[in-house]
Design a protein around this ligand. Structure first.
Ligand SMILES: Nc1nc2c(ncn2[C@@H]2O[C@H](COP(=O)(O)OP(=O)(O)OP(=O)(O)O)[C@@H](O)[C@H]2O)c(=O)[nH]1
Length: 460
């Protein structure tokens, strides 16, 4: 298929609260004659963004799954795959990434996966920059620097909140970080559509020159072991490790050379994006499924693997085998083997092993949670609490957003906060919809229990 027939894709990035949804809504409400499918990559437990995107004919798909940088590729492949079945319904795709994501893995998807590459072409990466907060963000997170570095267009938004002088300084700082990008200033992301869509701006060769590692993938698993097994039942044992659960995929006939390991890894990227199946100790691990081993109980945990004939199997695990002292042993059955005592059972060593090192560090302190409560809140109490919370902890609370039901107000209130700045504005009538509150917080070292307790005090 030639490039012109491929569906163009624009990736919209920018740190939390920089104005991505505002720009998206602007694009969706403009007469541009395009049928746009929107993919929202949410961070957090509740899909608030979908509720904030205006009603349009466009289709909105949400993804949300684990560590974004590691799982996004699998998620995106799944969502794009579904989109292709409705090819007649759209002619442009917009991907809004979560503000915490490095856009690299999102962009990679359009080059690494053959099926995706055949159907879609990356048109450009548009990065929203919050003029009021970017200095602070650049100092604190690698992701925001990556978002600037990858951009084809930098939209310097929220110009109303800073002086012209600061804007000039900021603009020159951004240009130092990325000389290729076009910089546009905006208020409420009021940029003209043709400065952000249909640019044919993304140039893979150029990116590879700047960043030779661009196509080096990141995986949602850290370890692979290939085991050469005979027919029979095997026991997989795990001790205490760094996590109370661990994801795993078992593949049949896994080769052990470099190419085979990479092929296996790519198919696991897709499998890892599927809903995980919880496995308790004693369960039989199915083939080709994303399972999540439950390891909360004390002592050694055992799971079982049945092999129908002599073959090599691959285990792709979220953490390394070493971290859980994971071992595979053959279970002797009286009909086929001599009964062994425990001492004689020997661990089977893998014929090949591979550690997939994620290039990025996981920032464990950054997290999110949602408060969801039926009923109404007292606006004054809520305002007092949030003002205090955000003035005290606003540096660590990157983003707050959601819907609130004010007592005595017929309209739903949309709450939006970026660090210490926040607004609460009436949106649509509640009508017949049940009145409820949904508030998502994203930040560092959040005290979830305390914040929920304080929120509950604001309910009437
Ligand atoms: N003062 C000011 N506020 C703005 C501007 N653009 C957007 N906002 C507000 O900033 C808040 C965040 O905007 P969003 O568009 O939701 O930002 P986002 O990047 O989608 O946020 P996340 O999805 O959480 O990362 C909202 O309250 C917007 O109304 C602007 O130019 N000036």
């Amino acid at each position: 298929m030639s490039n012109t027939q491929k569906v163009p894709v624009t990736i919209l990035t920018g740190f939390l609260g920089s104005g991505k949804t505002t720009l998206l809504n602007r694009i969706l409400s403009e007469e541009h004659g395009k049928k746009i499918a929107v993919i929202e990559n949410e961070y957090g437990e509740v899909g608030i963004d979908q509720g904030l995107v205006i009603n349009a004919d466009e289709e909105v798909f949400e993804m949300s799954n684990g560590c974004i940088c590691c799982t996004v590729r699998g998620d995106l492949i799944r969502v794009l795959g579904n989109l292709m079945k409705r090819r007649d319904k759209f002619d442009y795709v917009l991907v809004e990434t979560t503000g915490l994501a490095d856009p690299g893995p999102v962009a990679q998807t359009f080059f690494m996966d053959d099926e995706i590459r055949e159907e879609f072409s990356l048109d450009g990466i548009v990065t929203l920059v919050d003029a009021a907060h970017i200095e602070q963000q650049l100092g604190r997170s690698d992701e925001s620097s990556e978002q600037v570095a990858f951009a084809d267009v930098l939209v310097l938004n929220k110009t109303d909140l800073v002086s012209d002088e600061s804007l000039d300084n900021l603009e020159s700082r951004l240009r130092d970080m990325n000389r290729m990008a076009r910089v546009i200033r905006s208020k409420q992301a009021d940029v003209s559509i043709d400065t952000v869509l249909n640019l044919s701006a993304f140039d893979l060769d150029q990116v590879l020159q700047r960043r030779p590692t661009f196509l080096e993938p990141e995986y949602p698993f850290e370890w692979t072991g290939v085991f050469s097994l005979e027919k029979g039942r095997y026991e997989l044992t795990l001790e205490e490790g760094p996590d109370p659960t661990m994801s795993l995929v078992q593949l049949l006939d896994q080769g052990k050379d470099e190419t085979a390991l990479n092929t296996g890894a790519e198919s696991c990227v897709r499998l890892y994006a599927e809903q995980e199946q919880l496995m308790n100790p004693g369960d039989l691990v199915p083939v080709g499924k994303h399972v999540n081993l439950q390891l909360q109980s004390e002592g050694t945990k055992s799971f079982f693997i049945d092999v129908d004939k002599a073959r090599d199997i691959g285990l792709f695990t979220q953490h390394t085998a070493e971290e859980f002292n994971m071992k595979l042993t053959k279970v002797n059955t009286p009909s086929t083997d001599e009964i062994d005592n425990d001492q004689n059972i020997s661990t089977i060593s893998p014929i090949a092993e591979r550690v997939w090192v994620a290039e990025h560090e996981h920032d464990d302190e950054v997290g999110s949670f949602a408060i969801e409560r039926e009923g109404d809140v007292d606006p004054e109490k809520l305002n007092r609490w949030l003002s205090r919370l955000l003035s005290e902890k606003g540096v660590d609370i990157f983003r707050t957003k959601g819907f609130i039901s004010y007592a005595g107000e017929s309209k739903r209130i949309v709450f939006q906060g970026v660090h210490m700045l926040f607004t609460a504005q009436p949106d649509k009538e509640w009508g017949n919809e049940p009145r409820r509150n949904q508030l998502v917080f994203i930040g560092r070292n959040l005290d979830e229990a305390e914040m929920i307790k304080e929120f509950d005090k604001c309910l009437v």
